[in-house]
Design a protein around this ligand. Sequence first.
Ligand SMILES: NC(=O)c1ccc[n+]([C@@H]2O[C@H](COP(=O)([O-])OP(=O)(O)OC[C@H]3O[C@@H](n4cnc5c(N)ncnc54)[C@H](OP(=O)(O)O)[C@@H]3O)[C@@H](O)[C@H]2O)c1
Length: 253
Amino acid sequence: MQTSLARIAWITGGGSGIGQALCLKLVRAGWTVAVSGRRPEALQETARLAAGNVYTYPLDVSDLEAMRQMATRIESELGPITLAVFSAGIGHFLKLDQLRAEAFAEHMQTNYLGVINGLDAVLPAFRQRHAGHIVILASLAGYRGLPQGAAYAPTKAALINLAESLRFPLEREGITISVCNPGFIDTPMTAENHFAMPFLMNVDKAAERLYRGILKRKFEIVFPRRLAWLTKFMRILPYPIYFALMKKFYSHK
Ligand SMILES: NC(=O)c1ccc[n+]([C@@H]2O[C@H](COP(=O)([O-])OP(=O)(O)OC[C@H]3O[C@@H](n4cnc5c(N)ncnc54)[C@H](OP(=O)(O)O)[C@@H]3O)[C@@H](O)[C@H]2O)c1
């Protein structure tokens, strides 16, 4: 972070899971944090757990105007945002008969366009100051197509590509972009998964890894390590081998 600017973070999806756990870590490290999400009571719970320096700004990330206004309001009330973490997201692994256009649209609106709205909201001020760090929560699920991941995984693949595309144009303006690709983390989102989740990681541990990655300003922040290496390997496999492995995994379901 630029030393001249106070440490002020804005986290979307800060009312639960990874966003909440990261918020608590940042506050302990001396940050002031604005948290956003749709449920005010969830945000207030994050503020209660932090016991200071957390301010709640409820909104829906799919509402572009609300995102723009909120970024302006946070800056006028707390000061310049130096770190924006876009963690708001939904994730449903759906069977073929649950796949309706509405499910695809909801995932895209929240996961992908929600981040686009966040970028639109913070970038004018970040560019003016030639400073700022943006962290996008994507997923290892974005590396390759996954059975039952048709509504969720493409939104994360799009986010990874987005971060890669923006890296150098933003770097030229003094802005850092990071993409965080977690594996399975124990949060309310994964509580609905009724399949075995390899290397499921505790949310505090995940937030610690994310926090350390942010401090190092890494482009890609991945955890848990073992699943990350496995999926990185799977990503470079040719289709016949990849599909043979997927078929084997899927036939157990
Ligand atoms: N858990 C995992 O295994 C895992 C793995 C890879 C990637 N991720 C990604 O990590 C991020 C955080 O997930 P999590 O596991 O921490 O899940 P989570 O506990 O369900 O957190 C997601 C948060 O996003 C907020 N949210 C959802 N839709 C929103 C909307 N339209 N507007 C504003 N806020 C919205 C939710 O709050 P409200 O309902 O109050 O709005 C919730 O607090 C997500 O982007 C997810 O895809 C998670």
